[in-house]
Design a protein. Structure first.
Length: 194
């Protein structure tokens, strides 16, 4: 079976597979006037995921958050719409990159190819697997490797300051894309994930 899974983390393009470009990482810096500005967003609209796949994605997030003592995420329909639009764009353009206008939200991306259907638990599980390299500390010093991008999906997923999430799974042919948006975003310099 042919398999390729690329991962991208909040506000960054990151590859876990050779052949996927990875520019310099960006992240939010607390109290740094030269850092990326988080634009105000409309208040979240609480709702429920639009289909069974997204329900399972939310459950996978909240199960890991419970393991570390972080409050469960609340589903946000607006974030789901944003995630769906961008995930569909990635399929339509046969590309894999972060949304250049993430509306002030955090973003995790996953994509996979192959002759099988990926489960939501497997997709989110790729982000959770980064926990093996996680070192509890002040961001960005949170990775045993010395490179926070090795755990950036995981830290966004469990970030205690994040309260809302919206995700979309889209498929075409043998490719699947999962895009999750987080509000407020995580991976903030000078803070702990949980």
């Amino acid at each position: 079976m042919r398999r390729l899974a690329c991962l991208a983390l909040a506000l960054t393009t990151l590859s876990a597979t050779p052949g996927c470009a990875a520019p310099d990482p960006l992240y939010v810096r607390q109290a740094d006037p030269g850092a990326r500005t988080i634009q105000p967003v409309a208040p979240p609209r609480d709702g429920v995921p639009s289909d069974a796949m997204e329900v399972r994605v939310l459950r996978a997030h909240n199960a890991e958050r419970a393991r570390v003592g972080a409050a469960p995420l609340i589903w946000d329909e607006g974030l789901e719409r944003e995630a769906r639009v961008w995930a569909q764009h990635l399929l339509d353009t046969d590309s894999f990159a972060h949304d250049p206008a993430p509306h002030g939200h955090g973003e995790n991306l996953w994509t996979g190819w192959g002759d099988r259907r990926w489960t939501p638990e497997e997709m989110v599980g790729e982000w959770i697997a980064e926990k093996a390299q996680y070192r509890h500390g002040t961001f960005p010093a949170v990775s045993r490797t010395g490179d926070w991008t090795a755990v950036g999906h995981y830290t966004q997923l469990v970030w205690s300051g994040t309260t809302h999430v919206g995700c979309a799974v889209v498929r075409r042919g043998d490719r699947s894309v999962l895009n999750c948006r987080y509000n407020p975003p995580g991976n903030i310099d000078g803070l702990r994930a949980y």
